[in-house]
Structures are given as structure tokens and as C-alpha cells.
Design a protein around this ligand. Structure first.
Ligand code: GAP
Length: 478
């Protein structure tokens, strides 16, 4: 099947209640989007999955939620007020506006073939004023990282964390993008999930890096290849990048963990791109983008930056507070260095939908093949016909399961029509209650992807569905 275009996906998401334009009744508001009932379920499932993997299951990472607006000194110290700029260009032919990286200027043309002309640099931070009598100018956060850096010492003291440790958060970020585009991909309000991992600057070894991490393999494009103007990918393993000194051990460990998580979501097609020196953010000494093949090309899904001591040094300087902490292992006070894995949550949402969207010719219908554990609705409970005995069994199952999962109950329309609706929104399992259910205390489970059906005793349903949703068993094993 041809990949769905981004316009088709936008329309599909609107029609099914995943995503709507913000302020739709006023003609929309560029760069802002609203999550509908199904979208918010899928989005929350992604965030929850991320949190479980990177915070709950890690002994050395804790979570926080910091404020969206903070002292303007935050953003002066972090360098965002001075350096968080994009180059604003206009196409001489079609007159459309674009943002470019400085290094791209002169090398790329507009999609219409026209040449770009520079309009100037543009700061991405959203300004706002706080207070009424003497309003103070500040900014909506452009990244969640700064809330972590500013709380770092408090967390070390109050949560009794010892180096090395990480602090994570998922939250809204705001960037006044010059040209929001490609649906959720480049918007002005979006969520970043990221953590700052703090390490003694003299500690080069990562004891958590095991042979499984070293063997993690992926398609890679290095700086040298890009400098030659080429974009061919090479399959590499993490261990090769360590040997070539492209990655230190901690950086390698977190990149491998990121890739492993994307693979758990089924996004196996990710690629890793090394930043060239001239495109590094002002705070990074080495960055690796994790890219995904979207309908509009291979683009950044997330990244992993070596921020070194940049941010803590800047906050020490501007706040005049000592942010060094005592490192038990070395017995010395140190200012930690930092590795930062970062994830664009809307971009993950978009990648998952792009991958899941399938047009099934036999069914003449869209089937949204989302991983069961992320699907917005896990189970649909469907009495075959509107008969009192069927409805009674169905309602009992629905009432029990809605305590655990997001479950749908539907007795309207033909059973084929109801399967059709659930396939479109990605419900992995439909339970049908029929005449035999009354006699045998069982139901049929229908699998979204294969349409196969199996009869299961009601008393065993909960455990089986649990294992199916968690991926502990597959449908064929029933
Ligand atoms: N703290 C590091 C940081 O902010 P970034 O690469 O600028 O790094 C993190 O942003 C992630 O946020 C990116 O990898 C991308 O997935 C996502 N992102 C960035 N700008 C975005 C935008 N305008 N709309 C949606 N997602 C965006």
C-alpha cells in the first residue's frame, strides 16, 4: 500500500475524533491542535508507556512537573533568549515563508523550485507578561529541560538521589515557529518528554552498558558522509560508535535505551543521524537525531544530546548559587555533566498513526493497526442483536472491564458495521455475545488484524485479554 499522505491523515484524524484544528469554528489557528476523545486516549497511553519505561522502571530516574512559565532569568541563563533562533526565509517565486538552518541557506531551494531570500533571524521563544501593576516580561518554556536544571539540587537533597541519576518530565512546550507545517509535526504548542541524566564529569565508564546495549543496531548517517553532501545510511551497532569515539559510554547507553523503547512501540524503521558541528544547538557538544520516515520524508522524531556542564554552569553564573553536589563515590564536590535523551511526543503519535494506518482491500476499510497496549479503545463489547439476555451478559462484561481498560459498548447497527467502526479506530479486540454465550458462558474474541475469531469462557476472559494487550501471548496461540 502507498503511504498515506499527511493531508489524508489530517482528515482521517478529524473524521474519527483523534485531532481537530484548534479554534476550528473560527477557521483554525495555525500551529495549534486539539486532541479529541480518541486522540487523548492514544496520547495518554504513549505518555504513560514512556513514563513507565524511563521513570518507574529505572532505579536511577525520578520524575517532576515544573511550571510552564518561570523567571525570565531562566531563559537568559540558558542562552535561549540570545541563541534560540531560526533563519526566516521567503521563496522568491511562490512567496511562501520557511524556516531554515543557517547552513542550509544557498544549498536548498523551495519545493516549487524557487530560490530563498533571507528575511532575518527570528527568536522562537513566546513572550508573555506576568503581573498587572508592573508587568514583567518573560517566556513560555521552549523546552522542559530548564525546569529540571533549576530543580536539580533540590531534588538531589530531597529525594536522596546519588550520582549518577536522572530527572525526567513530560510537558507542554511553546515555540513561535515561523512556518508550522505537516499537521502535528511542526506546531507552536507541543509536548516534549525528556530527561537530564547527571554524571560525575570524571566518570567515563557506564556500568549499566551491557552486551545487549552494545549490540543494538540501526541505520546511521555520520557527520563525514553528510559533509560530502551524501545521505547514504549504514547499518551500525552501538559498540562501533563507541570504538570510533563518536559516543561516550553513558551517551551510548541512553541512545541504546531510546532505540530499544522505539522498537518496543513497533517503530523499527528509525534511523540515527549525527549532527554536523555547525548545526549543534548552543548547549550541545554532540547530538544524535532519531529520525522516522514520515509521509513527507525522513524527519526528526527525537534526539540525544551531550549537554556537558553547560546548563548548570550557566545557572550557577546567573543565580550566583552553588549547584555543585557531593559525589559519594569519589568523595568530592562536583558540577555534574549531563546527557539528555529527548522525545517529541506529538511526533511519536504521528509516527504511530502513519505506521498503523492500513487500507484493507478485502474489507474495503481502514484498519488502524496500533499496538494493542497503545490503542485508544482496547475492547469493544458487542451483543450480536438487541436481545435482553445478550445485553445482560454484555453489560456485566463491560462493567467489569471498564474498571481496567478503556472499553466500548455498542449494540447499534449490524455486527459487520460495528467491526468496521472498531477496525477504523484501532480497537484490537471485539467481544461478541450470541446465542451460544447463554448456553456455554462464553463469548467470541475477534482479532482486529486477522479478523480471526475464537470462543473463550467468560471466566477466563480477563486474564487472556490482559496477556493479549500486554503482548505476553499472541492471538494465534489461543
Ligand atoms: N531539550 C532539548 C530540546 O528541546 P529539540 O530537538 O529542540 O531539543 C526536542 O526538541 C524534540 O521536540 C524534538 O526532537 C522534536 O521531536 C520535538 N519538536 C521540536 N520542535 C517541535 C515542533 N515545533 N512541533 C512539534 N514537535 C517539536
Amino acid at each position: 500500500m502507498d503511504k498515506i499522505s499527511i493531508e489524508e491523515l489530517t482528515n482521517f484524524c478529524k473524521a474519527k475524533g483523534f485531532i481537530f484544528r484548534s479554534s476550528d469554528i473560527y477557521g483554525g489557528f495555525s500551529g495549534f491542535w486539539d486532541f479529541g476523545p480518541l486522540g487523548v486516549e492514544l496520547f495518554n497511553n504513549i505518555k504513560q508507556n514512556w513514563w513507565n519505561y524511563f521513570v518507574r522502571k529505572k532505579d536511577n530516574v525520578v520524575g517532576i512537573e515544573s511550571s510552564v512559565i518561570s523567571s525570565p532569568k531562566t531563559w537568559i541563563a540558558s542562552g535561549h533568549v540570545e541563541n534560540f533562533n531560526d533563519l526566516f526565509v521567503k521563496c522568491k517565486k511562490c512567496k511562501k515563508n520557511f524556516k531554515l538552518d543557517e547552513r542550509e541557506f544557498g544549498k536548498v531551494n523551495c519545493e516549487c523550485g524557487g530560490k530563498f531570500e533571507k528575511q532575518g533571524k527570528f527568536n522562537l521563544m513566546f513572550e508573555t507578561n506576568v503581573g498587572v501593576t508592573s508587568p514583567e516580561k518573560t517566556y513560555l518554556r521552549g523546552e522542559t529541560a530548564q525546569g529540571i536544571f533549576m530543580n536539580f539540587k533540590l531534588i538531589e537533597q530531597t529525594s536522596r538521589m546519588q550520582l549518577p541519576f536522572g530527572i525526567a518530565q513530560i510537558g507542554k512546550c511553546f515555540r513561535n515557529e515561523i512556518a508550522p507545517r505537516d499537521f502535528l509535526f511542526r506546531s507552536r504548542e507541543f509536548h516534549i518528554g525528556e530527561f537530564e541524566f547527571f554524571i560525575n564529569p570524571n566518570e567515563k565508564k557506564c556500568p549499566l552498558l551491557d552486551k545487549n546495549h552494545l549490540q543494538v543496531s540501526f541505520d546511521f548517517i555520520d557527520e563525514e558522509t553528510q559533509k560530502k553532501g551524501k545521505y547514504n545510511l549504514k547499518k551500525v551497532k552501538i559498540e562501533e560508535l563507541i570504538k570510533k569515539n563518536k559516543l561516550g559510554e553513558w551517551h551510548a547507553y541512553w541512545l541504546a535505551e531510546q532505540i530499544n523503547w522505539y522498537k518496543l512501540l513497533g517503530l523499527n524503521e528509525i534511523k540515527v543521524r549525527e549532527h554536523t558541528k555547525d548545526e549543534l544547538s548552543h548547549y550541545s557538544s554532540a547530538t544524535f537525531d532519531i529520525d522516522y520516515e514520515y509521509p513527507f520524508g525522513s524527519q526528526e522524531l527525537g534526539g540525544n544530546a551531550n549537554r556537558g556542564q553547560y546548563d548548570l554552569t550557566q545557572h550557577e553564573k546567573f543565580s550566583k548559587k552553588d549547584l555543585k553536589i557531593f559525589d559519594e563515590k569519589s568523595g568530592k564536590k562536583v558540577l555534574p555533566r549531563v546527557i539528555e535523551p529527548t522525545f517529541g511526543i506529538e511526533r511519536i503519535f504521528l509516527a504511530l498513526l502513519t505506521k498503523a494506518y492500513t487500507f484493507d482491500k478485502k474489507r474495503d476499510n481502514v484498519v488502524l493497526k496500533l499496538p494493542a497496549n497503545l490503542a485508544p479503545v482496547k475492547i469493544a463489547v458487542l451483543p450480536l442483536i438487541k436481545k435482553e439476555e445478550y445485553i445482560k451478559i454484555a453489560k456485566n462484561i463491560f462493567d467489569e472491564f471498564k474498571k481496567i481498560w478503556n472499553v466500548d459498548y455498542d449494540h447499534s447497527g449490524s455486527i459487520g458495521r460495528r467491526y468496521f467502526r472498531n477496525d477504523e479506530i484501532g480497537t484490537p479486540f471485539c467481544l461478541t455475545i450470541d446465542e451460544d454465550s447463554i448456553k456455554n458462558n462464553d463469548v467470541t474474541i475477534r482479532d482486529r488484524d486477522s479478523t480471526k475469531q475464537v470462543r473463550i469462557k467468560i471466566k477466563n476472559l480477563k486474564n487472556i485479554l490482559n496477556d493479549l494487550i500486554d503482548g505476553k501471548i499472541n492471538f494465534d496461540s489461543l
